[in-house]
Ligand binder design. Structure first.
Ligand SMILES: N[C@@H](CCC(=O)N[C@@H](CS)C(=O)NCC(=O)O)C(=O)O
Length: 194
């Protein structure tokens, strides 16, 4: 399989999850502005959506959308899934919150200008991280074992640090804990982030 990604983009979550899973995968960066892969291919022929992540499976099928890609990784590598009768549902609940609320709230931060919008986004993000922290009672979101949801949350926490958005101490600790994991360090090194 092959992961199309861009350094420090949300696709880092999928990159980390694959690395944590011990999966065998190829990877290729994408120039998101030019919609071109590092090998010069038109990225729109890989994914018409034109954004990362895109994961091309060994079957030749292409998966997009963080929620779907991370859910697929958890289904293939159960060590990264959430156990229990409601485990998958709870995992999807968190992935959806991260994707449709937190991830989306960062949007103004990536574009120049829009100071009022940025200020509003900061307030929204701080409240969203508080809400996640309120439910965090263990080392990771779902207990003592990391799941794909932590991988996505970790990227949001890295973005928070980059934009100086305050997060509660428990999430700072999670960011540090995740950042020290060997697989996370490998993925971040591969993306030129450490
Ligand atoms: N709905 C998508 C959004 C993915 C997304 O926003 N990717 C960004 C990087 S974090 C991207 O590739 N942006 C480039 C673009 O939209 O042109 C998902 O959840 O996977």
């Amino acid at each position: 399989m092959k992961l199309y990604y861009s350094p420090f983009a949300c696709s880092l979550a999928d990159h980390i999850a694959l690395q944590e899973a011990g999966a065998s995968f190829e990877r290729e960066t994408v120039d998101l502005e030019m919609k071109q892969t590092a090998s010069g291919r038109d990225f729109l022929t890989v994914s018409a959506k034109g954004y990362v992540p895109a994961l091309v499976l060994d079957s030749g099928e292409t998966l997009t959308e963080n929620i779907a890609v991370l859910d697929w990784i958890a289904s293939q590598y159960p060590a990264l899934a959430v156990a229990g009768p409601l485990g998958r549902t709870r995992m999807l609940e968190v992935l959806s919150y991260i994707s449709s609320e937190i991830h989306r709230s960062f949007k103004p931060m990536w574009h120049p200008g829009g100071d009022a919008e940025k200020a509003k986004a900061r307030t929204t993000l701080a409240a969203q991280f508080e809400l996640v922290a309120d439910g965090l009672k263990t080392d990771y979101l779902f207990g003592d074992q990391l799941s794909v949801a932590d991988c996505y949350l970790f990227v949001m926490l890295l973005w928070a640090a980059r934009f100086h958005i305050p997060v509660p101490a428990s999430l700072e600790a999670l960011r540090t804990r995740m950042g020290a994991r060997p697989a996370v360090r490998i993925a971040m090194t591969d993306e030129g982030l450490v």
